[in-house]
Design a protein around this ligand. Structure first.
Ligand code: SAM
Length: 360
């Protein structure tokens, strides 16, 4: 196996998730912890443990790559200069410049994405003539199989840099966060959460598709689905936002998931669950529905609560349970817009991702 160019790898995760992310990485062969701050970890990697173009099976990692070092200085222009002098820069077709996260999404006015500081620094890179001449894009969605320089603003005066090769959808987004406009107020943050889940999983909901969501109040996810032209069945004992509730394409079943008759799911193509209760309860509720003979659900998108970090140990078992429900492709990720929770998506037929969801 060709060896990587560095003995270090960086991993970005949600602020506060670093101990659990570290545990996930250390469970892989050949990794030793080198450095840790909230939202930012580095690991020493045994020679040959991973190839140059690597991907890691981690739920909590937002993004990762080879770690080449750090630059320290008092002013941004000086740090930009130091980065631009690194030999790696001439090999990279893209720059991703982003800040380490220090707050939970939705707290202290923080929403994931490129911060004001990161945007200003990205503009300094974009203004460099040697990069402009080579048409190096800064903080855009990269193409597949591109070499991307990562500049992680760990502190305003301490930037770490490295690179990764793009492969998965999330590896193409700056800092592993999809570019989502959060400026407009929505019925709830679940609007952004579902948007990211769809972008990450590749699930394409078509106008007219019937979607059901268990745990739908106050209605952010329903708002997105309705905007996409879906027909929505909202299931929740709590109140929906009036604007969402009165939408002509929404049916509101004001009760708990297990109290809904299975025949009410007969036309449902996509099932979502976003319950603030133990993951096993969510899985049991979903299993009861998808395994019913009158139900033919193509895919599920579940938000599973991390009431404590030990829940992560059960992920392999959760995935096994979902596969046993008849789903072929099952994935987990702590989304940038997730709080103390993670997302599990599953589809019955992997070709559905390519073909969209028109054919049943
Ligand atoms: C995180 S909130 C859901 C947010 C929602 N997805 C949105 O888009 O705004 C969790 C919801 O789960 C609901 N819930 C809890 N247990 C439930 C159950 N067994 N069946 C249906 N809803 C339930 C709660 O009433 C609460 O409104």
């Amino acid at each position: 196996m060709p060896e990587g160019p560095s003995s270090y790898v960086f991993v970005i995760c949600q602020a506060g998730a670093e101990a659990a992310a570290r545990k996930e990485v250390l469970a892989l062969d050949g990794f030793k912890l080198a450095f840790s701050l909230p939202g930012f970890l580095t690991f020493k990697v045994q020679p040959g443990a991973i190839p140059e173009k690597f991907s890691l099976p981690l739920t909590l990692a937002r993004t990762y790559g080879w770690c080449l070092g750090k630059v320290v200085g008092e002013n941004a222009n000086e740090l930009v200069e130091q980065i631009c002098q690194q030999p790696i820069v001439s090999d990279c077709q893209q720059f991703h410049v982003f800040e380490r996260e220090t707050s939970l999404p939705g707290s202290q006015g923080f929403e994931p994405g490129i911060s004001v500081l990161a945007r200003e620094i990205a503009n300094l890179f974009a203004a460099r003539t040697e990069l402009a001449k080579r048409k190096v894009a800064v903080n855009r969605v990269a193409k597949v199989d591109q070499k991307v320089l990562d500049v992680v603003i760990v502190k305003p005066n301490e930037w770490w840099y490295g690179y990764h090769w793009t492969g998965t959808r999330q590896s193409r987004w700056p800092g592993g966060v999809p570019i989502i406009d959060t400026s407009q107020e929505r019925a709830s943050r679940a609007y952004f959460k579902l948007k990211e889940a769809l972008l990450w999983s590749g699930i394409k909901i078509q106008p007219g598709d019937v979607c059901a969501e268990i745990g739908s109040a106050p209605g952010g996810a329903c708002e997105l689905l309705l905007e996409m032209g879906a027909k929505v069945i909202a299931i929740d004992p709590a109140e929906l936002e009036p604007e969402i509730e009165k939408h002509e394409n929404l049916t509101y079943l004001r009760r708990r998931g297990h109290e809904v008759k299975k025949k009410d799911f007969k036309d449902v193509r996509w099932l979502m669950a976003d319950l603030s209760i133990a993951p096993q309860y969510t899985l049991d509720t979903v299993r009861d529905i998808v395994q019913h003979e009158r139900v033919d659900i193509r895919g599920i998108i579940l938000t599973l609560k991390l009431s404590n970090w030990e829940v992560l140990d059960a992920i392999p078992d959760y995935m096994k349970q979902v596969k046993a429900m008849g789903f072929q492709v099952v994935k987990t990720r702590q989304l940038a817009f997730n709080r103390q929770e993670f997302c599990l998506t599953a589809i019955k037929d992997k070709f559905a991702l390519r073909a969209g969801s028109r054919k049943r």
